[in-house]
Design a binder for this molecule. Sequence first.
Ligand SMILES: Cc1ncc(COP(=O)(O)O)c(C=O)c1O
Length: 472
Amino acid sequence: MTGDGPSLRLDVSREEALRHAARIIVQAWRSFDRFRPEEPPLDERVLALLRSGLPEEGVPTHEALEDAGRVLDESIAQPRPRYFAFIGSSGLEIGAIADALAATYDINLAVDARAATVIEQQAVRWVAGFVGYPAGGGAFTSGGTISNMTALSAARERAMPGSRHGGMAERRAAVYCSREVHYSITRAVELLGIGSANLRALPIDERRRLRPDALAEAIDRDLADGVTPVAVVASAGTTLTGAIDPIGEIAEVCEARGVWLHVDGAYGLPAAAVPSMRPAFAGLERADSVSVDAHKWLYLPKACGVVLVKRQEDLVAAFAHREGYLPHQQHELHAVDITLEYSRPFRALKAWLAFRVHGAPAFRAAIERNLAEARLLYEEIGRYEDLEALAPPQLSIVPFRHVPPGVRDVDAHNAALAEALQADGRVYLASALIDGQVYLRPCFVNFRTTEEDVLALIGIVRELGARLAARA
Ligand SMILES: Cc1ncc(COP(=O)(O)O)c(C=O)c1O
């Protein structure tokens, strides 16, 4: 001990602090088991905490933990079974435990970390095996955005060898995708110097899937104009509606022209593990790279994405480097030689532990239940005259609208309804703009959601919708 000054030691025993935290966690897990009837507003205590400045003095650990529990409980938590907005995650319990273990050891997966490095590579193979992609390499990332960026970096270096050193200079390049690709692809082409003006956002078919004929035409036009095609991005579930681009036909176009094929399966790819869904992903094995997020439809807590590549050398060519502070004594492969990040937490542990504890069939079954929930919602919508679905779900997103008789501005009505639903708090739902029209857009990716929750969603939408329509 050095003096009586402030220290970073806890004021209670570590066991006691841990027991307190465990109590809060177990309480949360219990509260996630079923829906809660409303979302509580911020209470006085939390509002007062929000006004406080940087603490110059510590408070007792128990008090601070209670406050943290309160803040968490008054926040919008995606693990709740009636959280249907965006593409959520469900904070799988073994994943939360894995995060605590990983944070405790605080291993840095930037450089070779012995067992943890080997486990990351094994977990990469497990995820690849689960979705049925013959990966030659890959890494855990913080999510789809970084996975997509990583894959497109490798694609750029393959299409334009040396561009990582020489930059893009005067060279013109393009990336191809459907107009409903996720914004992370736009980000990636901007950051890679390709430019979002050179992102060819192509037409979609009646099922909102990239049209291979439009793709072939766009690439051929660019080739004739001296523009280098860097990559084609196929979405294997779009964020807006869950449309799955025809991967096999797109692979055909890419292979004939020697263009890199990336499949953004950040949301939808886990469904490829379900035998009845496999045909929808036909051709996946032909992709050069793939993104899949374990923090979406593999139920794990954020942040946990995976980028997979057919050939590890492609990542090495884009990312490997030598610096004085990064010794390469032998032939070890440091993760920084294949990824974007330096300091890297042991994200792989949660995927590895989750597969070990539950086994792959439990994940397949949970995904099948979510798919069935989406189908149930679609069928239920068909039973009511005042509801209208966009289309049968391809995955687990079911955009629909409330269309009560007498309401003239259906878009304004549904926008107001989305707000009313969030204020009401019994379900959490967001709206989305599809072809300029406002839809409610529930997405089912939570293993805690039940059929009862799906039916409740319909009931609450119709109840609040009717109330709004009566006021109009
Ligand atoms: C298809 C798709 N790609 C990429 C992303 C971005 O993933 P993240 O938020 O993990 O960066 C998302 C997010 O919803 C997505 O749906």
